[in-house]
Write a protein that binds this ligand. Structure first.
Ligand code: SF4
Ligand SMILES: [Zn+2]
Ligand SMILES: [Zn+2]
Length: 294
């Protein structure tokens, strides 16, 4: 198949837009969507210091690469990267070197924090106690460390690698659970936390992977051994199956949520300081300290 914008061989068929694209035009298309969203949602503004949450997986690797490409000639925008080592044996030691390699090549300052160093324990050890699901522990503790590190770096925004599939799944999960609080949090404004931005929100997961591959970015196919909450796996399958017969469904979910989110207000929560660790919290003891049994 030929690219519809030139005569070169196509590397992808985008069913949702009925477009065949060659390498050059596919990369342009991905970057155009990212720049459009950054402008539309004012994700990056003059003087911003952007900290990228860099796990070393394909999404965050592609995110750091593309943000560096877009802003490398903007002296008013600073980029840095933060990696959290949760202590997941057989997984993190494979993705961490990719994060180190890319930040080294791009010359982006890189901060690495670990659960072990900050909490005195690893995710593997915490999970063995069987008190909480691995992803619950991981999500709460990682967010806590990312926010702390971003704040210490003086970051004005924290960029995460959530792609279109992640966003569509989360939107549907929140609808099904009737969880308006989480819907509100998806807008990125969480009291007491560094503002979150998601520049890859309009890029389908497969396209993020292809973008990383075509740009020779250091990524591996490793998957976390705890991968995936049961509900998210169900929703992923449901959305993917629906997308096959109704191309563009993931974009519809994102667009529909964008429209209703204007009616959602950021939570009016009073922010306290956790009595145990001093981090911002909506309760006297923060979720991290509660999960750690402090
Ligand atoms: S799959 Fe779960 S445990 Fe693994 S990195 Fe993701 S959130 Fe953490
Ligand atoms: Zn082309
Ligand atoms: Zn605390």
């Amino acid at each position: 198949m030929k690219c519809q914008r030139c005569s070169k061989t196509a590397v992808i068929y985008q069913k949702y837009s009925n477009a065949h694209l060659c390498k050059k035009h596919f990369i342009e298309d991905v970057e155009r969507k990212i720049k459009r969203d950054i402008r539309k949602f004012k994700m990056v503004e003059r003087g911003d210091r952007i900290a990228v949450a860099l796990s070393g997986g394909k999404d965050s690797i592609a995110l750091l690469y593309v943000l560096h490409k877009i802003f490398r000639n903007r002296p008013d925008i600073e980029l840095s990267a933060i990696t959290i080592d949760e202590g997941i044996h057989g997984y993190r030691e494979h993705t961490l070197p990719h994060a180190v390699k890319l930040t080294g090549e791009l010359g982006v300052p890189h901060t690495i924090r670990s659960f072990d160093e900050m909490f005195g324990t690893t995710l593997d050890e915490l999970t063995r106690k069987k008190e909480h699901a691995a992803c619950t522990l991981c999500g709460v503790l990682r967010k806590n460390l990312l926010n702390k590190a971003a704040r210490e770096l003086g970051a004005t925004k924290l960029a995460t690698g959530h792609n279109l599939d992640d966003e569509a799944q989360t939107i549907l999960m929140n609808y099904l659970r009737g969880d308006v609080d989480r819907m509100t949090r998806m807008m990125g404004i969480i009291p007491g936390m560094v503002l979150r931005i998601k520049p890859l929100r309009s890029i389908p997961e497969k396209e993020v992977a292809l973008y990383a591959f075509l740009n020779n970015l250091p990524v591996s196919a490793d998957e976390c051994p705890y991968a995936g909450e049961a509900l998210r796996n169900e929703i992923r399958e449901m959305v993917n199956n629906y997308e096959v017969n109704h191309p563009g469904t993931k974009y519809s979910l994102l667009g529909g949520f964008g429209a209703i989110s204007q009616a959602l207000r950021p939570p009016d929560t009073q922010i306290l300081q956790c009595k145990k660790c001093g981090e911002p919290s909506s309760e006297a003891v923060c979720k991290t300290c509660r999960l750690l049994g402090r």
